[in-house]
Design a protein around this ligand. Structure first.
Ligand code: GSH
Length: 202
């Protein structure tokens, strides 16, 4: 089994932190995304989304999408972490917040970065106005998680979950968009300090 990834990227980092939480070591192979290796026919045969990370199983099966990879490891590794929630209610709350943070935080962040920086202009049409709008939507989203973290220890409730990993990776991306977790977001700041102490993110 091996992970096809690029360790500097947020999506690979999300899986890496999840694996650290579960104490799992996996062989890794670097994919040259700058050189568009992920857009080659050989790569697209493994990952229809054309993105890293991708998990390659020993029987040749491939799993792309970071959360799907995390689900695979969680379900196939006996553990008591319940990173996707333990009870039906927790599982629903994790799913709910995972989708909120992903769709209203991570997607706008990636869209803002890609469209404003032109980092992938060799493979996509970069639209500055869309980048600016995405950055604004992300800025408007941060108070939403700040409010939630004023009510609960962790994003999806009082148990640490995959959503905290997703939000942590998102926060690590903010400086590239000239945004930050500051005193105007006190609950998010408290959570951020707490997260930074976890061995899995060191
Ligand atoms: N929803 C996907 C997003 C993956 C993604 O955006 N990967 C980026 C790196 S963070 C990538 O492969 N970019 C290369 C490209 O766009 O060509 C996931 O969670 O796995």
């Amino acid at each position: 089994m091996k992970l096809l990834e690029n360790s500097a990227t947020p999506s690979a980092r999300r899986v890496a932190i999840f694996l650290n939480e579960l104490g799992i070591e996996v062989e890794r192979e670097d994919v040259d995304i700058r050189g568009a290796e992920n857009r080659s026919e050989a790569f697209l045969d493994k990952a229809p989304n054309g993105l890293i990370p991708v998990l390659q199983l020993d029987d040749g099966t491939h799993i792309c999408e970071s959360v799907a990879i995390c689900r695979y490891f969680d379900a196939s590794t006996p553990n008591d972490k319940a990173l996707f929630g333990a009870t039906p209610l927790e599982q629903a709350q994790v799913e709910m917040w995972q989708r909120i943070v992903e769709l209203q935080g991570v997607v706008p962040a990636f869209q803002a970065f890609r469209n404003l920086s032109g980092f992938f202009s060799d493979r996509e049409n970069c639209v500055k106005a869309w980048g600016e709008e995405s950055r604004e939507r992300l800025a408007q989203f941060l108070p939403v998680v700040d409010k939630q973290l004023g009510k609960t220890d962790w994003v999806a409730g009082d148990r640490f979950s995959i959503v905290d990993i997703t939000l942590w990776v998102l926060c690590g991306f903010l400086d590239r968009l000239e945004l930050e977790v500051n005193d105007s977001l006190p609950n998010l700041k408290r959570w951020h300090e707490q997260m930074s102490q976890r061995p899995s993110v060191q």
